[in-house]
Design a protein. Sequence first.
Lengths: 112, 114
Amino acid sequence: NAGVTQTPKFRILKIGQSMTLQCTQDMNHNYMYWYRQDPGMGLKLIYYSVGAGITDKGEVPNGYNVSRSTTEDFPLRLELAAPSQTSVYFCASRSGGLETQYFGPGTRLLVL
Amino acid sequence: GENVEQHPSTLSVQEGDSAVIKCTYSDSASNYFPWYKQELGKRPQLIIDIRSNVGEKKDQRIAVTLNKTAKHFSLHITETQPEDSAVYFCAASNGNSGYSTLTFGKGTMLLVSP
């Protein structure tokens, strides 16, 4: 199993540009999560999904959108990039019976 | 919502010493408390977790204790080694709901000097 994979690893965006951060897991996990990590601020939940077709907002959803059309994929969309969205983005997943979340390798995003 | 406070923000110890990181949480309904280790440039990885029906859990040099009454839990690392140097995050969640989510502390940077 590859576990949780994320692409791209690093991206530079200009203000106002759009992009999609990809997240895929091959563990057949129902639950998937998107976090952002800013220096000294821990991990903050952006959006999460409890299964295909079901998504919900986390603590910091503004400026982001998600979709969950399949169990495996949970893309995160930035429509109008802003400097405040410069961060490291982590995707995570877990199975329904266990609480342990498994993280992807992260995407480092720089908005200039 | 849940709020998790973590202290200290940085911790420097000598190799072989013990290290203790403390967290408090606000939601008395929280019942699952994991600890994650994140090395520089890497993803967070679970090192140990505890549920609210258990007061203490050990795994080799790592232990976690939970005080539900005081709403705090701690990570204890004994006989620290340079490879323990990393950022450690505590988290809390209410695992009873399918919609349960983790709330993380801000992290503790642990530096173990040889």
